[in-house]
Design a protein around this ligand. Structure first.
Ligand code: CAA
Length: 262
């Protein structure tokens, strides 16, 4: 999601640097952003692809983040990986530090940053460029000043900020969405993904079916969220996710999931 989030900020005039340890990931991120901007330009000729691209740079070294006003961490949903990145970033930065986590508590992640009052959650939805909502999550130590500043930043990129003042599991959206995912998952023994999604789209009015949405956001991501939920005492078990992730079926990103995306 990092590239999509960076794209949104660049489209609203901010200078953005994308960080990854792998150059290949950065190359792919730039390709994805170009594809997305050209796609958007088909419907809105005022979008200047070159101008937006000029505002985006890439780096494999977090040292280049040192003068940033805002740093958004969007690495894997794994507390050790996130902790490592947050520690490094917060040693270098006096910025607002935000995590795009969907399931890890902000207050727990805040242990890894130097100034927890500047740390909060900024949870985007896929694809960030099209989805209007951003949850802004306040951890136990986030100060009013930086929480309000983050809400203003979200408004400045033309998104709708949803202030989450209590750092509860799943925040607001995933707390609701995961109940639906788990119901859909339990129906897979009797119905096909197409049948379940037909109902979700045609009867519940969802833009994407529930099973397709699992594929769309990544089966690995959803598996990680379900593991975190189970750890925290929520009955969010979907055993087929573990099996599919083990087989390398990660949904849209790997070409195969419940659906064939190749
Ligand atoms: N950039 C630019 N264009 C894009 C794009 C992107 N990143 N992604 C898709 N598009 C384009 C499509 O190619 C399509 O182009 P054409 O019209 O030329 O075919 C166009 O956008 C329209 O797409 P759709 O026809 O699929 O449908 P839509 O316009 O009605 O809506 C959508 C698009 C908003 C993405 C809709 O499909 C949707 O709401 N999907 C559900 C997304 C969702 O629920 N996301 C949240 C998941 S949960 C999460 O992310 C968080 C978590 O914690 C796991």
């Amino acid at each position: 999601m990092g590239s999509g989030i960076g794209q949104v900020f660049a489209m609203r005039g901010y200078d953005v640097t994308l960080f990854d340890i792998k150059e290949e990931a950065l190359r792919r991120a730039i390709e994805n952003i170009k594809w997305s901007l050209n796609k958007l330009k088909e419907k809105d000729s005022t979008i200047d692809v070159d101008e937006v691209m000029k505002r985006i740079s890439v780096s494999t070294s977090l040292v280049d983040s040192a003068d940033s006003y805002l740093v958004i961490e969007a690495v894997f949903e794994d507390i050790n990986v996130k902790a490592d990145v947050l520690m490094k970033v917060s040693k270098l930065n006096d910025s607002i530090i935000a995590s795009n986590t969907s399931s890890l508590p902000i207050s727990e992640l805040s242990k890894y940053v130097r100034e927890p009052e500047r740390f909060l959650g900024m949870h985007f939805f896929n694809p960030p460029v099209l989805m209007k909502l951003v949850e802004v999550i306040r951890g136990d130590h986030t100060s009013d000043r930086w929480f309000n500043q983050a809400i203003e930043l979200v408004r400045s990129i033309n998104k709708f900020p949803l202030p989450v003042r209590k750092d509860v599991f799943g925040f607001v959206v995933n707390r609701v969405l995961f109940k639906l995912f788990i119901s859909a998952c339990s129906m897979l023994s009797n119905f096909t993904p197409e049948e379940i999604d037909y109902v979700a789209m045609n009867e519940l009015g969802m833009p994407l079916g529930l099973i397709m949405l699992l594929d769309y956001t990544g089966l690995d991501v959803n598996y990680d969220i379900s593991k975190e939920a189970l750890k925290r005492g929520f009955d969010f078990n979907c055993p087929v996710l573990a099996e599919m992730v083990k087989q390398g079926k990660l949904g849209r990103k790997s070409g195969k999931g419940f659906y064939d995306w190749s």
